[in-house]
Design a protein around this ligand. Structure first.
Ligand code: HEC
Length: 266
């Protein structure tokens, strides 16, 4: 019995390190690290002037093997699903234009961790030496266990700005999509590291605006031990950016209230 249990544990452990490839939420392929390496040849990547050194596979051959040469497209997003609830939607166009890699080990003597968090089984990285617009570690998804190819407008339909939104709200949504959606849901769509910001109540309904602004700007200024990172400090027009994100959250709240009154009893 004990041996059987051990064998079972080992098989489960091996499977837990597999990479699952999905299409609109449905699994279409499973690969072990060995299989991943057979599809795309590993390279040693040196980042940040040698501070971080990884073994990584270029991601394009893997995506094209599973989804075909036409894997990319205007509305296509690849959602990197992580063990801790982080779900990072990366535009297909960004994976095509700036080749990304899946790192699976350190190529120096350091452990495969970042700030003591294990990075495996897979860590999505870009060659920031060649593409400086991709900063090392800038919310790069780690502990990636699945990649889901989906249409953004379908998979994230409930997060879209209401029809005929103002320019501020539309801009706020673009920022939210890039900086917040990996961790937060809007109407149950998005990441699971933080709370849903619109359902059942919007954060704009129970937070006073100056405090909401402060939280997005610098969460530790509002709450001791907050783990959320503040909005990227290098963002141009950052003040306006925070205001636009709040405008988007307010628009989603108004949309939800309007849909409730339209359908009594719901
Ligand atoms: C890396 C994950 C992560 C990112 C990115 C992130 N958040 Fe958070 N957020 C959290 C976590 C975790 C909490 C819970 C409090 C804490 O630990 O800081 C939180 C809390 C919040 C709260 C308070 C909710 C409540 O009811 O208490 C708001 C509002 C919020 N986040 C908004 C945002 C916005 C807007 C963005 C984008 C600019 C963002 N967050 C980006 C993880 C994240």
């Amino acid at each position: 019995m004990r041996i059987l249990g051990l064998v079972l544990c080992l098989t489960l452990a091996a499977r837990a390190d597999d990479l699952e490839l999905r299409q609109s939420g449905k699994a279409v392929a499973h690969f072990s690290l060995q299989q991943v390496k057979a599809i795309s040849t590993p390279q040693a990547l040196r980042l940040d002037g040698g501070l971080h050194n990884y073994w990584a596979i270029p991601i394009q051959p893997l995506l094209e093997k599973v989804y075909g040469k036409a894997a990319y497209g205007e509305d296509i997003t690849f959602v990197f699903v992580c063990r801790d609830g982080y779900r990072s939607p990366v535009k297909a166009e960004e994976l095509k234009r700036l080749p990304a890699y899946l790192a699976f080990a350190s190529s120096d003597s350091k452990p495969f961790v970042l700030e003591s968090k294990p990075l495996g089984p897979f860590y999505l990285i870009w060659d920031s030496e060649r593409y400086p617009e991709r900063k090392v570690g800038g919310n790069w998804p780690f502990q990636v266990v699945a990649i889901d190819r989906a249409s953004f407008s379908q998979a994230y339909a409930a997060t879209l700005p209401p029809p005929k939104s103002s320019a501020a709200v539309t801009h706020g949504f673009a920022l939210f999509r890039k900086h917040c959606l990996s961790c937060h849901q809007i109407n149950s769509q998005g990441g699971n590291m933080g709370v849903d910001l619109n359902s059942p109540y919007s954060v704009t309904e129970y937070f006073q605006k100056p405090y909401l602004y402060k939280l997005i700007d610098n969460p530790q200024k509002l709450r001791n031990r907050a783990t959320m990172p503040g909005l990227d400090r290098s963002l141009p027009n950052r003040k306006q950016a925070i205001q636009d994100i709040i405008a988007y959250l307010e628009a989603k709240a108004a949309q939800r209230r309007a849909s409730k009154t339209a359908k009594p009893g719901k």
